[in-house]
Ligand binder design. Structure first.
Ligand SMILES: CC(C)(COP(=O)(O)OP(=O)(O)OC[C@H]1O[C@@H](n2cnc3c(N)ncnc32)[C@H](O)[C@@H]1OP(=O)(O)O)[C@@H](O)C(=O)NCCC(=O)NCCS
Length: 183
């Protein structure tokens, strides 16, 4: 399934490109962004960390049709990246996202999540969406609650900030359709 640009009321979601690495390298390496991300994210974050991740993982994954990454930009200022959202064909980590702290608590990620989740179910035809998140990551958890996902398991995972209780959240396509019937 080819990537395409998506848009929400306030955001343009543009398929990730190697040229984005320069901006993201400045934006991303902040504790408020990485603390609840998977421990595979190196910390302290290396100087070329974003470019290396794009070249070795994200762009090859997109080319193989196994991963889909978009940069988030406000339509009001489309040259400036403010976050990233991605989908992955993993067993139970199908969606990831982060947004710079200065753009939080305005419902922007909620908008991006709605569009990208629609892409997962409608464009990709996936039967179920599963995500893992640290239980204490209240903002991320609130997004899953708001979407109508349900917590189906608890485990422990390693994050950049250490090992934490982790919830597995899921939603199947039929539930997603019924909740969005009136959209
Ligand atoms: C998680 C994250 C993407 C949320 O982005 P955001 O744009 O602030 O989210 P929204 O404004 O759309 O808010 C979503 C919900 O979270 C709630 N929320 C936001 N920040 C919160 C916080 N610090 N504590 C509790 N709830 C919070 C909002 O009230 C909203 O809930 P509601 O829909 O019930 O009103 C952002 O905090 C982030 O980038 N965190 C770091 C990266 C990360 O942890 N990613 C997820 C890994 S699983």
């Amino acid at each position: 399934m080819a990537m395409r640009e998506l848009e929400t009321l306030r955001l343009a979601l543009r398929p990730l490109q190697l040229a984005d690495a320069e901006q993201v390298q400045i934006l991303f390496p902040r504790w408020e962004i990485v603390q609840y991300l998977n421990a595979r994210v190196p910390w302290p974050f290396p100087e070329n960390g974003v470019r290396a991740y794009y070249l070795e993982t994200a762009l090859p994954g997109m080319a193989r049709g196994k991963e889909w990454h978009w940069t988030l930009r406000r339509k009001a200022d489309p040259d400036k990246i403010i976050g990233v959202i991605s989908l992955h064909q993993n067993r139970d980590g199908n969606r990831g996202f982060w947004i710079a702290p200065e753009w939080r608590r305005q419902g922007l990620m909620t908008e991006a999540v709605a569009k990208v989740t629609r892409f997962w179910f409608e464009d990709l035809g996936q039967p179920v969406l599963r995500v893992k998140k640290a239980r204490e990551n209240a903002a991320s958890r609130a997004i899953s609650v708001r979407e109508g996902m349900r917590c189906v398991g608890v485990t422990e995972e390693d994050y950049v900030c250490g090992r934490l209780p982790t919830e597995l959240w899921e939603m199947d396509a039929a539930t997603w359709r019924s909740l969005r019937a009136s959209d």
